[in-house]
Design a protein around this ligand. Structure first.
Ligand code: DU
Length: 232
């Protein structure tokens, strides 16, 4: 099936009782600034170009961010930092993404995550991650004809991506290379599949961006590197 069909399946998922309860309880108790808004309160599908050469794999929706707006990396400070960078580096036609109907589009890149529901304390359990993993796997398979680079934001995205690639028969080294900012894992062409590069980048959360652990320049460099690799 298609990405649109996958998005529909993701959006209707109720597989994890704890996450269903959490995403709905957050919606029932909106932040003061968002009072009166209808929270999305459902799993969040990927967003962006269905023929992307680059995928960005984050962690999970934020309770008052993507769980509110229904679009990946939209409605919180992590997303603001990422979309500004996507605009500076030419992937986004707008420096902001505020809600799922704002008309913002991405070219050459698609944003996704290994977990689609906002988890309590931003911490999905291993069982929740395992139940959600097939959605990322299917999304990356559907993107495979055009995909050349996966930018992983943080160790969870890195590990989820490497797990998928190893399971799908790609030559992921053992032991697995650990996540690091600036890490690059190159997987050569095999059995007709084009080469694929995985890039590690610190997550765009305020925890990293407010402290200067991840600067605008560092993120722009990773996104430009992704474009450069995708073009080779
Ligand atoms: O309706 P649609 O053309 O399938 O687009 C759905 C959604 O994806 C829309 O909000 C724009 C976004 N999108 C994008 O960002 N880049 C593309 O190349 C195509 C669609």
């Amino acid at each position: 099936h298609s990405l649109a069909e996958l998005d529909d399946r993701v959006t209707g998922c109720r597989a994890c009782p704890r996450l269903v309860a959490w995403r709905e309880s957050v919606a029932a108790d909106p932040r003061a600034a968002f009072r009166g808004q209808d929270y999305w309160a459902r799993p969040v599908p990927g967003f962006g170009d269905p023929r992307a050469a680059v995928a960005v794999v984050g962690l999970a929706p934020a309770a008052h961010g993507a769980n509110r707006t229904g679009r990946m990396f939209t409605g919180d400070r992590s997303g603001d930092f990422l979309f500004a960078a996507l605009h500076r580096t030419g992937y986004a036609d707008s420096p902001t993404s505020t809600d799922r109907d704002d008309g913002t589009t991405l070219t050459g890149i698609r944003l996704t995550a290994p977990v689609r529901c906002a988890p309590p304390q931003n911490r999905p359990t291993p069982a929740e991650r395992a139940r959600c993993a097939p959605y990322l796997a299917r999304e990356l398979e559907l993107l495979a004809p055009t995909l050349r680079v996966v930018v992983t934001l943080g160790a969870i995205g890195w590990n989820a991506t490497l797990s998928f690639l190893a399971t799908s028969g790609r030559a992921v080294p053992r032991p697995r290379p650990p996540f690091a900012h600036g890490a690059e894992l190159f997987l050569p062409r095999d059995t007709g599949r084009p080469p694929l590069t995985v890039l590690g980048c610190y997550h765009v959360s305020p925890h990293n961006t407010f402290t200067g652990r991840l600067t605008e320049e560092m993120l722009d460099d990773v996104l430009r590197r992704a474009g450069e690799v995708a073009a080779t």
